[in-house]
Design a protein around this ligand. Structure first.
Ligand code: PMT
Length: 221
């Protein structure tokens, strides 16, 4: 009999990239495949949680036993996350949300013109920061994709966004990052613990990360 430590709990996971439309045929996005977020959702479901996976556009199948909500843009992801937040026990933000979107979305395809062009960008809402400001009993877990000083930047995101945990990954590491089946991460907690994990398949790593978080939560109850 497998133990189901998250039975009766709701876990919300975000995954994948967002797409910010320029016009009907073009968008700004990033290289997230959704593998990390989908693995986190599978792990939460395997541990017994009622799992809601809010996903940007990816090429992955819906994991079994998970409720999937598909979104496209950062604004849609914000709305979906907010509607699932209040009764969530754990929220895990694996998605690579765009920080900027085109200020103007053209209704028609933009035409080629002579010379160079540029697109004016405006900031999107920081979903994780918003959740941190609203937090009541939820355990809030962020991710940080960095290319240098991952732990240092992770620590400041943990604090600035009022998170309980942040999972940092150096996305330039050949053993992990965007699109890879594996990842190599360090888990930082608000209690100051720093736990590095060996490079490992995202599926296995996600289970270990969730179990580690649950252990730390029960120790600090
Ligand atoms: O999808 P894969 O191909 O498997 O790749 C996995 C991954 C590299 C995308 C994943 O491991 C990862 O690092 N996800 C977070 C990527 C990211 O956007 O990191 P960030 O450091 O830019 O953002 C920090 C945190 O704020 C993240 O939890 C992000 O979801 C959140 N955020 C960022 C911007 C924004 N507008 N709203 C947010 O909530």
């Amino acid at each position: 009999q497998q133990s189901l430590p998250l039975k009766g709990k709701k876990v919300v996971v975000t995954a994948g990239p967002t797409r910010e439309r320029i016009d009907p045929v073009r968008y700004i996005s990033n290289f997230s495949s959704g593998k990390m977020g989908y693995s986190m959702a599978k792990a939460a479901a395997a541990l017994g949680a009622y799992t809601v996976l809010i996903s940007g556009p990816v090429e992955l199948d819906k994991p079994e036993g998970v409720q999937l909500i598909k979104v496209e843009s950062a604004a849609e992801m914000l709305d979906a996350v907010l509607s699932e937040y209040e009764d969530a026990s754990i929220v895990i933000k694996s998605a690579a949300v765009a920080d900027y979107r085109p200020k103007e979305q053209h209704a028609q395809k933009m035409k080629k013109r002579e010379g160079d062009s540029s697109i004016e960008l405006e900031r999107t809402t920081d979903i994780l920061k918003t959740l941190g400001e609203m937090k009541k009993n939820q355990v809030l877990v962020g991710f940080a994709a960095e290319t240098n000083d991952a732990v240092g930047y992770g620590q400041s995101k943990l604090k600035n966004k009022n998170l309980d945990y942040i999972i940092v990954n150096d996305v330039t590491d050949p053993n992990g990052g965007f699109g890879n089946d594996k990842n190599v991460v360090t888990l930082l907690s608000k209690n100051g613990t720093i736990q590095p994990f060996e490079p490992m398949e995202k599926n296995k790593l996600s289970l270990l990360l969730l179990e580690t978080i649950m252990n730390e939560e029960s120790e600090h109850k």
